[in-house]
Design a protein around this ligand. Structure first.
Ligand code: NZQ
Ligand code: ZN
Length: 384
């Protein structure tokens, strides 16, 4: 196991009715900016619950943070927050709203051009405090410090992380997810699954409990994913999905182990160029990535085959192939197509995708930094 420091300061308020706990966790004298997306929280009554819990605290609402939140939109929220002398942000929505709020929080305290936080990885040492009310189990953004922001004009989608951008608290009420369309539930299951894979599917390093936790999260997603689609109002299913997605990317299973993240980086370029949902890009890239790198990942692929998919018959190579096929089949069963052509994207895009990866310095990706542009090209070609 590698050395690590693990510290996760986000308080989790989990369960039905926990939105009311905002009253105890938002500072009493705060001037609050509620940040939100395209209107789902108005339609499903979550915003009304949030406003009731805030009581007579002064608050404003910024809506319109889009999926794959953009710098252009978020800078409008920064201006509003300055104008209204906001001192606490409350993100209410999915990963895009929470990621966007992390950027707003950082930009408010940043000296200089905030896009440098993404483009130049300028360090974020301070941010406005913020909490979240999560409505879409998927990204883990509710309990991590990462954020992915798009620049519409430049066609970029880039991540940043900072110890200053952990939410102070996050409310996880599974009943807020009842109104999710099937596509977003499916996306969430695939995203959480791939988060675990990025931290687990590398090489053996004798991190026994991280492996067992990761395998537990994967098998739970395989169990509850299809049920979350079939039984949209099953509280137990939604509760298990929500907590699994959070644990998939809150730092715990990633402590002391190598991490890959190449699938995510190749996926971000597809979203930036073609606008696919984040999880759709992962469903396309992961099976191809595992196939192209099956030799480097051989040991873990065999372990995954046996412990996650109960594949014990056949030669080692046959078991590895079966595990990759089972992964693809699971995404398809979740109704997320796994080939670029399913989204009307052909091999003519690949040159641009590779050029963008190079422009963004993504030329030595993966747990061994051996995912060069040549390897990425093979992955994209296999994904068509
Ligand atoms: O905008 P509204 O009206 O709220 O509708 C949203 C949006 O259209 C809707 N939605 C959310 N909760 C709902 C709901 N509709 C009905 N009922 C509800 N309860 O769902 C749509 C998608 O929302 P979005 O927030 O974009 O989805 P998700 O949570 O999957 O977030 C995706 C973003 O997170 C980034 C992705 O790149 C992408 O930009 N990621 C963030 C990570 C992190 N911070 O650690 C890691 C991930 O790998 C990922 O990259
Ligand atoms: Zn993701």
């Amino acid at each position: 196991m590698q050395n690590f420091t693990f510290h996760n300061p986000t308080k989790i308020l989990f369960g039905e009715g926990q939105i009311a706990a905002l009253d105890a966790h938002v500072p009493r004298d705060a001037r609050v900016l509620i940040t939100s997306g395209g209107g789902s929280i108005t339609r499903n009554g979550v915003l009304a619950q949030v406003e009731a819990a805030l009581g007579n605290r002064t608050h404003f609402i910024f809506s319109g943070i889009e999926p794959n939140p953009t710098y252009e939109t978020l800078m409008q929220a920064v201006a509003l927050a300055r104008e209204e002398r906001i001192d606490f942000l409350l993100a209410v929505g999915g990963g895009s709203v929470i990621d966007g709020t992390k950027f707003i929080a950082a930009a408010l305290k940043f000296e200089g051009e905030p896009w440098d936080i993404l483009a130049k990885q300028a360090p974020v040492t301070d941010a406005m405090p913020f909490g979240s009310v999560l409505t879409l189990p998927a990204t883990g953004s509710e309990m991590n410090s990462g954020s992915v922001i798009s620049h519409r004009a430049k066609g970029d989608k880039l991540p940043f992380m900072s110890d200053a951008t952990f939410p102070v608290f996050s409310v996880l009420d599974p009943t807020t997810t009842y109104s999710l369309p099937p596509r977003q539930i499916a996306n969430g299951v695939v995203d959480a699954f791939v988060h675990v894979m990025e931290q687990y599917m590398t090489y053996p390093i004798n991190a026994n409990v991280q492996d067992r936790f990761a395998e537990g999260l994967l098998t739970t997603l395989i169990e509850v994913g299809p049920r979350a689609l079939a039984e949209p109002h099953n509280y137990e299913v939604r509760a298990n999905l929500m907590w699994t997605a959070t644990l998939a990317l809150n730092g715990l299973i990633g402590a002391g182990v190598p991490a890959d993240w190449a699938t995510h980086m190749l996926g971000h370029e597809i979203t930036a160029l073609h606008g696919l949902d984040h999880a759709q890009t992962l469903a396309v890239v992961l099976p191809a990535m595992l196939t192209v790198r099956r030799t480097q990942k051989h040991g873990k692929l065999l372990q995954y085959a046996e412990r996650v998919w109960n594949i014990t018959e056949g030669t080692e190579e046959e078991r590895v192939t079966a595990a990759i096929t089972a992964t693809r089949d699971f995404f398809e069963r979740m109704t997320v197509p796994t080939r670029l052509r399913d989204y009307q994207i052909g091999s003519d895009s690949i040159d641009t995708l590779i050029a963008k990866l190079q422009e963004h310095g993504m030329t030595a990706l993966g747990e061994r930094a051996d995912v060069t542009p040549e390897v990425s090209r093979k992955v994209y070609e296999l994904a068509v």
